[in-house]
Design a protein around this ligand. Sequence first.
Ligand code: HEC
Ligand code: HEC
Length: 284
Amino acid sequence: MKAVKWILGFLAVMLFAVGIFAYVTVSKGAEKAARKYSMDYDDAMILHEEEAIEAGRYLAETHGCTDCHGGNLAGQVMADAPPFLLVASNLTRGEGGVGSEFSDADWLRAIRHGVGMDGRGLFIMPSKAYYYFSDEEVGALIGYLQQVEPVDNVLPPVKVRTLGKLIMGMGDDFKAAPEMIPDNARPVMPEKGPTAQWGEYRATILCTACHGYDLAGAQAPDPDSPFTPNLRVVGGWGLDGFVRAMREGTTPAGQQLDTEYMPWEDFGRMTDTDLEGIFRYLDS
Ligand code: HEC
Ligand code: HEC
């Protein structure tokens, strides 16, 4: 009987320790999820000329904005899962949208630094990559967003549930929190053209979030996604093979790319110049 008592005592201590650990971890995750940021001012001129707005629309449709925020940019519930309720904001000036409240500086803070208007770190928003948008392109993008058709769509706020807090407490980051964003100087935008330099600019914003900073393959932010391959492989495909993969989603080896994890439908809308530039860069 002594042994049973001893084992029960041991289990009680273990349970207590696990309980404390879970409590501390969840609290840590909750603190991380709720953390607020004050941001230094980031400057860029917002462009409203017709040509800039057209350029902004191109960026919104090729850089994932319409994917997550919906085709009309009025936002949507992206996932309702045990860790969280994930909601991409309504970006228009309609009811429930941020468009009527955002100043130029608020737009810049959200897109390039991952900080929402009330100072909260934005979940999932790939600002770590959008940080690299040049002043000219981010100015055109915001100019476009400020004039899109207003759509009334009132959405619930993002909710981080206990499991989500536990995961965050253990070290995972679902946020583009400013501390994760490099504050290195933003590189100067190269001249646009079908060149490796131009392709490097596009690929840094578009491909590194999932394929890793050196494009050698990584775990994509979506935990359900397959591991991403090394993009050096593309060199052997030739320009035509690469363009076909981006426009039709089929690789020369006959693999069909799942647009849910590898958003080729967005990339396929890119101009020939952009695609050739990216190819030249990956091939170099
Ligand atoms: C992978 C999905 C994803 C992509 C791609 C994405 N967003 Fe977001 N974005 C989100 C989510 C989710 C939120 C809300 C996060 C939150 O409330 O914590 C958000 C928030 C924002 C906000 C802040 C709104 C607010 O409520 O404060 C702005 C502005 C924004 N996104 C603009 C953009 C633009 C512009 C693009 C394209 C260049 C883009 N997003 C691409 C997922 C995405
Ligand atoms: C949202 C995440 C994401 C982004 C952003 C992304 N990829 Fe991918 N990519 C993937 C995943 C995941 C796979 C693997 C798909 C599979 O195995 O089904 C993949 C596969 C590929 C492949 C196939 C490689 C092979 O060996 O078959 C190519 C080519 C590719 N990506 C190019 C790009 C380029 C170029 C960019 C930037 C313009 C890019 N990807 C951006 C997630 C992404």
